[in-house]
Design a protein around this ligand. Structure first.
Ligand code: FES
Length: 179
């Protein structure tokens, strides 16, 4: 008998016919080792596959806690920032909160929370109409952050804007801070 797995499992070594014991043990060890290696490979492959699939799902379901950045002041670039010049606004990160910085038709700079007070959509600025607008439900605020249309229940939180003189012929630096 060549020492098949079935025979090994059912008969046990005492019932084996007269194969030399060294040869028999060698074959048994080889089969057992092979089985262990295959089992290990299968287990580790399934483990790796499960981890690769489940880890991103778990991270998505439970994203890591981001500590609230304790920010009271943000440098918002220069007064000739092309985004401000062309679009009249840009969105800043103020810690974890978005803030909208406006450059009005009169070249004044103003800043407000960019989170609509209705259902938290991000607002944008329409300079030609001097309106801060929320496209989720057509909410509208004037350029003082006061509600002038749509469902928002409260004005936008305002922020302080300071212009820092950087010297003759240079654009001012813009600094936004909590009021
Ligand atoms: S979320 Fe802005 S109007 Fe509804």
């Amino acid at each position: 008998m060549g020492g098949s797995h079935l025979d090994d499992g059912l008969l046990g070594s005492r019932d084996l016919p007269s194969a030399p014991s060294n040869e028999r043990n060698g074959a048994f060890m080889t089969d057992a080792s092979r089985r262990r290696v295959i089992n290990w490979l299968l287990n580790s492959s399934f483990g790796a596959l499960a981890a690769a699939v489940l880890y991103p799902v778990a991270r998505f379901i439970s994203p890591p806690e981001m500590p609230e950045a304790d920010t009271n002041l943000v440098e918002a670039g220069l007064s000739n920032d092309p985004e401000l010049v062309e679009r009249g606004f840009k969105i800043l990160r103020f810690g974890n909160d978005p803030v909208i910085l406006l450059r009005t038709k009169n070249d004044e700079f103003k800043a407000f929370s960019a989170i609509c007070t209705h259902l938290d959509c991000i607002v944008e600025y329409h300079r030609d109409e001097s309106l801060i607008w929320c496209n989720c439900h057509n909410g509208a605020y004037d350029n003082q952050g006061q509600v002038v249309g749509g469902p928002p229940p409260r004005p936008l939180q305002s922020f302080k804007v300071d212009l820092i003189d950087k010297g003759p012929g240079k654009p001012n630096a813009i600094v936004v801070s909590r009021v």
